[in-house]
Design a protein around this ligand. Sequence first.
Ligand SMILES: *Cc1c(COP(=O)(O)O)cnc(C)c1O
Length: 427
Amino acid sequence: MPRTDTVLAEARVAAAADRLGRGLVKSVVTAVQQDCRAGRVAAEAVVGEVLARLPDRADTGTPVLNATGVLLHTNLGRAPLSEAARRSVAAAAGTGDVELDLATGRRGQRGAGTLAALLDRVPAAEAALVVNNNAAALVLAATALAAGREIVIGRGELVEIGDGFRLPDLLASTGARLREVGTTNRTVAADYAAAVGPDTGFVLKVHPSNFTVTGFTAAASVRELAGLGVPVVVDVGSGLLTPHPVLPDEPDVTSALAAGAALVTASGDKLLGGPQAGLVLGRADVAGTLRRHPLYRALRVDKLTLAALEATLRGPLPPVPAALAADPADRRRRADRLAARLRAAGVEATAVPSDAAVGGGGAPGVTLPSAAVRLPAGLAVPLRLGRPAVLARVADGYCLVDVAAVDEADDHRLYGAVRAAAGRPCG
Ligand SMILES: *Cc1c(COP(=O)(O)O)cnc(C)c1O
């Protein structure tokens, strides 16, 4: 078997290493050597096999088509970015005017364009801040406004956001004390009023975004709490900037500010459809306190996030909000067309109605009428291992390819991926 150095020194392999990176090429050489040792590749065929296995480009990561019917799939990176946002990220990856005013040539406010875009979309806010994620926004608010003091919070809002992370632990880690009021199912304004005092940093309202409480329940409104004389911070979670007709129960930034919230925090990569980010909007004085705290420097976002967020806010509707706004009849038509094309190619496929969901710990219990292509269950694994990979749903002994979370522009790739998984590749 040829030695690694010998293979890497071969002219075509060396040229590939210049183009793709030595680390990537070496990993392919090692894999082929293993196959050679196992008798699957002849010693004299090693170089040819290495060249055949090298990718065209040095891009990392496997593209996955989300056919689960869950719009925000946490394991798939939550919201996919819009084309405009992806192009902006690529452009920003070089050098740009992140902290430079090109008109004067002087240092400018970091991410000024992104903050202006955010304030244009939420005129009810006097000021905005962008940090790493919503969890970071809450940590910053707790540290800057309530370290060594109390955060008053209703017992029904002490939520676990996922993967074992609990909001109360996150807040307590900042040195703020949690002053819990009310009960799991019922908390009223008087409970908060009785707890508020000179030691109160702020009152926190957290949207219980990933579960519902029904029956004998009560919660205080932001408007009621805004009258208590201390700042009210509202974590709306999903990142809706204004009310959404399809999700009437989902809180939004504008309504919370109109009701008197001093600050609202939200995620950038949920229903807004942008990059991972924590959005903080609200009163200039309170936002300024966060902005000036040393911790802000440790939580600020990079230029790629700023670029993606600005394009998300100013550009065309990103895939997630577009899917929310889509006509269910469109999904049915797409599933019908996909199933018909697959049947014509000899694949066992039927279009069926399906229930899609928002996901990402948002809008629990809300189903979106959708449509799927029903395939034999045995296709689920080959679909997942293909390129692009397709993540489908397995239910009732079938593999369901739901179109709700797939961009219509990707329907052809989805078709090709299913054909390939069924052993009937195109061409
Ligand atoms: C998702 C969510 C969070 C966590 O947001 P990240 O951006 O993932 O840090 C916090 N609070 C609520 C209400 C949420 O829905």
